[in-house]
Design a protein around this ligand. Structure first.
Ligand SMILES: [Zn+2]
Length: 160
């Protein structure tokens, strides 16, 4: 996968391959939520920007618990995950006015999970004719803003 513009990519890939530890559990990176691009912390889950966004505003909901199997989530945890997904779609509608969303999980490497040991739910805003056409056909993504900009636009929607 080539990126037209993604200055953060090399650092992230280097980190993944250098260390065995999980990026969702990683305690060695700065604990500051804005440095980690964490937008919100619920009781069981947090909302974080995907550092490999398919489109602008590609967010993830992940449990604090390091689990690979969604069947391990309790009913309360499952409810919170869906509630946070709803909250994410509302915030993204306000900020980016997408035409639609792709929502889902990749469970297991063969299903496309980049991090297969720690479940995480993808919320990807979509626009008619958006750059994912390029991504699918040309192995290239076009990202119009930095992750820090996305973070600062979305953060106010998760502050109460
Ligand atoms: Zn983990």
């Amino acid at each position: 996968m080539d990126y037209l513009w993604s200055p953060w990519r090399y650092q992230y890939v280097a980190n993944i391959h250098k260390n065995d530890h999980c990026v969702f559990c990683d305690e060695e990176v700065p604990s500051n939520d804005s440095d980690r691009l964490i937008l919100f912390r619920g009781e069981y889950h947090f909302i974080i920007l995907n550092r490999f966004p398919y489109t602008c505003g590609h967010l993830l909901v992940a449990p604090y618990q390091h689990i690979a199997d969604i069947a391990s989530l309790s009913s309360d945890q499952s409810l919170e995950m869906m509630t946070l997904i709803q909250r994410v779609t509302s915030a993204l509608k306000h900020v980016y006015n997408p035409d639609g969303f792709n929502l889902g999980m990749n469970l297991g490497k063969c299903a496309g999970a980049g991090i297969d040991k720690h479940v995480h739910f993808h919320i990807v805003p979509r626009w008619c004719g958006d750059s994912n056409f390029v991504s699918v056909t040309g192995e290239t993504r076009v990202l119009p803003e930095t992750l820090e900009t996305t973070y600062s636009k979305l953060k106010p929607f998760f502050e109460k």
